[in-house]
Design a protein around this ligand. Structure first.
Ligand code: SF4
Length: 361
């Protein structure tokens, strides 16, 4: 049982983060934000696979000015990622952005961040303080022997937070990302004991799809298991759309949220009597668009299959020329191998109260 640490709730557009809200899934586009059409297309693809908040880079005024038009064409809240510039932040706010990611200590002089804070307050827009190990302030680095330590990351975050708090602004989220798991976890754990603002959790520069998935699963997973994290971003050097199913699998593996049924399958061995990879992929495709929380098991032999799948709500088990369909370990049907998927679909229809035939390829 995971006990989530209590945090304040902030609203990003109409999506709540923190408090009793579910852990939110987010990503960041890698298009040129000034190219409205491409950016909107990518965000729509992200929406389709379950992304709940999208962030865009705002490196110049043209990108900031594109925000209103992008927002018009998408459904999920939009976040502007801004470095150093109050002017860009102010323009993004004018354009109707739902959240700003900016580190107030980096905006000089302080009067300029005051303008941003006033504008955010007026429009009820939260600010994310995003500390990355790779860009810690020089004086903090020196305190820790020129090494970006977890303590230094926390110190940096608290410095930015204090600036906002002294300006009477508490609509804050925080992230503390490093490219290694240990520092990431240490930093978030320490910060979560000091503040109750919602935390945006992720491992940065995690790598391409395979490594990035492993790194994010361990880093984000360990934090979520410790009850830390209100919104997650899996960072992959890839199409950002690839990040979303990974994020959902992490949440589902920890039983925190489910976007579709969970399909487990046995690893196969010398007893496997069916093309299990093919069958599993068919079952996965079948339930892809069903939001129900359901455990489906796909097993490769009738010797161990029924027993191993007894915790599944429903299981399909391949045998030599025949297959079994079980519910909670009880065999309910024995069918010819050629009819296995069709018969399994009929049983699934009862569970999902839907006609799955349209999903059968
Ligand atoms: S369920 Fe059967 S086929 Fe699958 S790994 Fe276990 S023994 Fe092997």
């Amino acid at each position: 049982m995971i006990n989530r640490k209590e945090t304040k709730k902030v609203m990003i557009g109409d999506v709540g983060v923190g408090g009793n809200e579910p852990v939110r899934v987010q990503s960041m586009t890698n298009t040129d934000t000034r190219d409205i059409e491409e950016t909107v297309t990518q965000i729509k693809r992200l929406e389709k696979v379950g992304c709940e908040i999208a962030r865009v880079a705002v490196p110049d005024m043209k990108a900031a000015e594109a925000i209103a038009e992008i927002k018009k064409q998408i459904k999920i809240p939009l976040v502007a990622d801004i470095h150093f510039s109050a002017d860009l932040a102010l323009e993004a706010i004018r354009q109707g952005v739902d959240k700003i990611r900016i580190n107030p200590g980096n905006v000089k002089p302080i009067e300029r961040i005051k303008e941003v804070v006033i504008a955010c307050k007026e429009k009820k827009i939260p600010i994310r303080v995003g500390v990355n190990a790779g860009s810690l302030e020089e004086d903090i680095l020196q305190q820790y022997g020129n090494v970006a330590t977890a303590k230094g990351m926390v110190q940096s975050a608290l410095r930015h937070i204090t600036i906002l708090e002294e300006l009477g602004f508490e609509d804050i989220l925080i992230s503390l990302k490093a490219s290694d798991i240990e520092r990431t976890i240490e930093a978030y754990k320490e910060l979560s004991e000091k503040v109750d603002y919602p935390l945006h959790v992720g491992v940065t520069e995690a790598g391409t799809k395979f490594r990035g998935t492993v790194m994010s699963s361990i880093g984000i997973g360990a934090l979520l298991y410790a009850g830390i994290g209100d919104t997650i971003r899996v960072s992959l050097t890839d199409d950002p759309v690839e990040e979303i199913p990974v994020a959902w699998e992490i949440l589902s593996a920890l039983d925190l949220r489910h976007r579709k049924p969970t399909v487990t399958s046995c690893p196969t061995c010398g007893r496997t009597e069916i093309d299990l990879l093919k069958l599993t992929k068919e079952v996965e495709a079948l339930v892809e668009n069903f939001p129900e929380k359901l455990h489906i098991a796909v097993m490769g032999c009738i010797v161990n299959g029924p027993g191993e799948a007894k915790e599944a709500d429903i299981a399909v088990i391949g045998g030599k020329g025949v297959g079994l369909i079980c519910r909670k370990g009880e065999i309910i049907k024995k069918v010819d191998e050629k009819d296995l998927l069709t018969e399994f679909k009929k049983e699934l229809d009862k569970e999902l109260k839907s006609d799955l035939s349209k999903n059968l390829k």
